[in-house]
Design a protein around this ligand. Structure first.
Ligand code: ACO
Length: 323
């Protein structure tokens, strides 16, 4: 059977780094509160004029370099983002043009912080269906553009960045020992819209809007739903928590990550953490974490990775893959 194997990964973070102390000067908050409640110490913000597609193009180039491929080797581009440059065309097509590719397809997937997991499952399905041999899957965000800078309960949490992987079709035996994506589980429940949303949009206000979140309620859903979706995906692959070498979670909050790892019986040495340095970069956070850990040489071929995320919608899910 065909499997989608990660052939390379890459990332890009904007140059400007903003420490928690920056917020202390502007809001009634403290470095201590932000660190202890979220695990975040700093985040990157895009420069004026720097767009989501600019970040995505840089991450894509880094992933192609890591894979030893050139842009023309790519059949399709799927970008997970909720902060596109324009309402349309898609960030995907802008990345495609930026890379100088004129063939294949390019489009966006919007599932907020769960976007990369949805995009990865989507690209995997296309590869297994024979629609493409190699797909660039990118998470790219500029959440700094939709912050309410007077709301201390949200603006300290988010950052900008992009991560990318090259997924490639490879023949496999069809067992849980195969390299590549082994299983996925995707879920949404639109009745929770008001827990986490942006209060503007094309067909409502005609503006981009600002992020609104009832953080403590989202927190409760996250703790319950993330370990459950990981168990569901592992079960589909015929595997259990004990088989997991690495948890590469969405980086929203260290306390959510820790409690998910605990529920899965995983020691924190098996968890990839970037939340301290990146903050919550929404759909970019998992590919950023994957790329950083890959650059550090932490994954060995054959390691079993679990990625999981939850975000606005609510939408949540997980992907199990062997490196
Ligand atoms: N500095 C100081 N105090 C603050 C700050 C701040 N930056 N922000 C909130 N507080 C205060 C609140 O006002 C509140 O004060 P009160 O008790 O006097 O009313 C107190 O801290 C506790 O607030 P909670 O919201 O209950 O704090 P909590 O411990 O839940 O932490 C947080 C808040 C960090 C947002 C947490 O709830 C969280 O991480 N939620 C999940 C976020 C998430 O995973 N989102 C999904 C992905 S994001 C996406 O899809 C776009």
């Amino acid at each position: 059977m065909r499997r989608s194997v990660i052939r390379g990964s890459g990332h890009y973070l904007p140059e400007r780094i903003v420490e928690n102390s920056w917020f202390e000067e502007r809001l009634d908050t403290s470095d201590e509160w932000i660190r202890s409640r979220t695990g975040i110490e700093r985040r990157h913000f895009a420069a004026e004029g720097q767009t989501t597609s600019d970040l995505g193009i840089r991450a894509a180039r880094a992933a192609l370099d890591d894979a030893g491929l050139v842009a023309d080797d790519i059949d399709g581009i799927v970008v997970a983002t909720s902060t596109p440059d324009l309402t349309f065309p898609s960030v995907g097509t802008m990345v495609q043009a930026g890379l100088g590719i004129k063939r294949g397809f390019a489009y966006d997937v919007q599932a907020v912080c769960a976007g990369f997991v949805f995009a990865l499952a989507n690209a995997d399905a296309m590869i297994r269906a024979g629609m493409a041999e190699r797909i660039l899957v990118i998470g790219a965000e500029t959440f700094s553009r939709i912050m309410d800078w007077t709301d201390r309960s949200t603006c300290v949490l988010f950052g900008d960045g992009a991560g990318a992987v090259v997924l490639e079709a490879q023949d496999a035996a069809g067992t849980s020992n195969d390299r590549g994506i082994l299983a996925a589980d995707l879920n949404s429940d639109g009745t929770h819209r008001d827990l986490l949303y942006v209060d503007g949009g094309v067909s409502s206000t005609g503006t981009a809007g600002q992020l609104r979140m009832q953080g403590n309620l989202v927190f409760r859903h996250a703790v319950e739903k993330l370990s459950k979706t990981a168990a569901t995906s592992l079960g589909k692959a015929g595997l259990t928590d004990k088989d997991v070498d690495w948890l590469v979670p969405h980086q929203a909050n260290l306390r959510i990550i820790t409690s998910t790892a605990q529920k899965m019986g995983l020691p924190m040495e098996k968890v990839v953490l970037t939340v301290a340095d990146h903050g919550n970069t929404s759909a970019a956070s998992i590919p950023l974490a994957l790329s950083v850990a890959n650059q550090q040489g932490r994954f060995k071929q054959g390691d079993l990775l679990v990625t999981e995320a939850i975000g606005g919608g609510l939408s949540w899910g997980s992907v199990i893959l062997r490196w």
